[in-house]
Design a protein around this ligand. Structure first.
Ligand SMILES: [Zn+2]
Length: 538
């Protein structure tokens, strides 16, 4: 009798504990699904997936249809779309930027030597003989005791600054974050700061190494139509980049002639230096207001449905642009048909698994290439309570020459998402490492950054260092080849015969596994002490 009771209690206990639900199933993320969606999204039919174009209509409808077919619910009320109002500014700068001084003037040539844009929603902006002042790295960072703008009234002036921050190649980890790029090193920050200072314009000097990309990326990224989200922040009349050759010409003609301006900029206590030159350039803008779309789909949880795991990937790319070797469609297979296909493949895996306790959200965001616009808009207008959003897993540009032993975490050391990633990596016989190229500032270059800004711990990672079958040098050569020959160029295409997807699959499997684990827990991963995002969570 006693034993009988005991067994009954145990049976009751087990069945209550099970609560009619089976344990989560680790479904395999399908490589066939991944390849299929990359092939479709990166085909010429999708016209390079540029917001505001027919390519956008095709892309967002494709994603909606695929989420619907998989049985996911609309993520934004009864809609799969979140409207993202944007302004499209198509600027036509003057053919020349004129630099003049005591000893005459010279011209910089549009696209070859300079690019110029504006975020001001007006039809005509210009710099007219605006005084050029060298402002080092263009950084105001009280925590590092740094102010490149100090002691000058910037009204009517144009600052000239270097890309990256003083820690770059300093060999000193106490200068900013040493070689790891801080947000102060990003061009977005530099334009924001110059505008806060009240300057007329800002010219960033391009340099391939500290910028982490060549002039060709500036040329294609900063010409033609650009998209912005309107806000109330101060804006510059002109935002510009010039090539390093043009900068040399400028400095040779300036009051700094003969001095090493890079070394000067690194010295603590740097003060702005008037170049005794003026700059003139004009931009005529065509302005169009329109609405682009984030695509949002949902798998509701069973008993903690108000808590969310958000997977994100940007669907957009550059559309149709300047032809290179006769090809003008910027297909963006790696960047970021791979991540968008990843959302669909992971969604499919969740639908094949058992229902999860927490809700799973998939957001394909717009406007990443124009400055993380879709995710910025989401962060300002979140659909799901950020305090109840457990984590963000962002997928951008997966590409590897096979299965990777490493999982390289961009933004390593910020949150307990590292530990979740490590657990799952270990199960795949892999190891985790921090971003080996932290000086390139990748942490600020994809959408997880906007989730982090509102306090949501984010994982942004991929295998990109050492392969199971490819050594470190071979992987590096593969990555370098992509960055130089394909990144943001029409040649970023998918070829079902040659594109290797086993490594992409392994990464997506890991992202699925991490999300699956989080989705059946009660725990909220924490930011580590010292992370600049911790405050936003608390
Ligand atoms: Zn990109």
């Amino acid at each position: 009798m006693k034993n009988y009771l005991k067994i009954l209690v145990i049976v009751l206990f087990i069945s209550c504990g099970n609560d009619k639900k089976d344990p989560p199933i680790l479904v395999e993320v399908s490589q066939t699904t991944i390849g299929h969606h990359i092939e479709r999204l990166a085909s010429d039919e999708f016209l390079g997936r540029k917001p505001f174009t027919e390519g956008e209509v095709k892309t967002v409808n494709y994603l909606k249809d695929e989420f619907e077919k998989l049985g996911l619910l609309p993520g934004n009320g009864d809609s799969y779309f979140q409207d993202v109002p944007m302004v499209e500014i198509t600027g036509t700068p003057s053919e020349n930027m004129v630099i003049s001084g005591k000893n005459g003037s010279f011209n910089l040539e549009l696209l070859k030597d300079f690019v110029a844009t504006t975020n001001k929603v007006v039809t005509d902006v210009s710099l007219e003989n605006s005084e050029l002042v060298f402002a080092g790295y263009g950084i105001v960072a009280p925590e590092y005791g740094w102010n490149d703008y100090e002691g000058m009234d910037w009204k009517g002036k144009t600052a000239v600054v270097l890309i990256n921050d003083p820690g770059f190649k300093s060999g000193d980890s106490t200068v900013f974050k040493g070689n790891e790029m801080t947000y102060y090193g990003r061009w977005t920050y530099k334009y924001e700061e110059a505008a806060r200072q009240g300057a007329d314009g800002l010219i960033i000097i391009h340099d391939t190494e500290p910028a982490a990309y060549g002039w060709n990326v500036i040329e294609s990224g900063w010409s033609g139509a650009r998209l912005i989200i309107e806000n109330d922040l101060p804006l510059l009349n002109v935002e510009s980049w010039i090539s390093s050759e043009s900068a040399k010409k400028m400095f040779d003609a300036s009051a700094l002639n003969g001095q090493d301006y890079k070394t000067i900029s690194r010295k603590k206590g740097f003060k702005p230096i008037p170049l005794e030159l003026n700059v003139s350039v004009e931009i005529k803008n065509k302005i169009k207001r329109d609405v682009s779309k984030n695509v949002v789909a949902l798998i509701p949880g069973t008993d903690r449905k108000d808590e969310f795991i958000i997977y994100s990937a940007h669907w957009d790319h550059f559309g149709i642009g300047k032809a290179i070797e006769g090809d003008s469609i910027y297909n963006g297979a790696v960047d970021n048909a791979s991540g968008t296909a990843g959302l669909l493949a992971i969604a499919e895996a969740f639908k094949k698994s058992n229902p999860t306790k927490r809700s799973i959200v998939f957001i394909a965001v717009t406007g990443e290439e124009q400055g993380l616009l879709g995710s910025a808009y989401y962060a300002e207008h979140p659909i799901f309570n950020p305090k109840k959003t457990v984590a963000n897993i962002n997928i951008d540009a997966l590409d590897s020459p096979g299965k990777m032993k490493d999982l390289t975490i961009t933004g390593y050391g910020h949150s307990e998402m590292d530990a979740y990633a490590k657990d799952e990596a270990t199960k795949q016989n892999r190891y985790i490492i921090p971003d080996q190229e932290a000086e390139k500032g990748y942490f600020f270059r994809s959408d997880h950054f906007n989730f982090a800004k509102i306090g949501i711990p984010a994982l942004y990672a991929s295998g990109s260092y050492e392969g199971f079958d490819k050594n470190i040098e071979e992987v590096k050569a593969y990555n370098d080849y992509y960055r130089i020959n394909k990144y943001h160029q029409p040649s970023d295409e998918y070829n079902p015969e040659t594109t290797e997807l086993s490594g992409v699959q392994l990464d997506l499997q890991l992202f699925f596994n991490v999300g699956l684990k989080l989705s059946n827990e009660d725990y909220f991963p924490k930011w580590y002490d010292g992370s600049e995002f911790k405050a936003a969570r608390e």
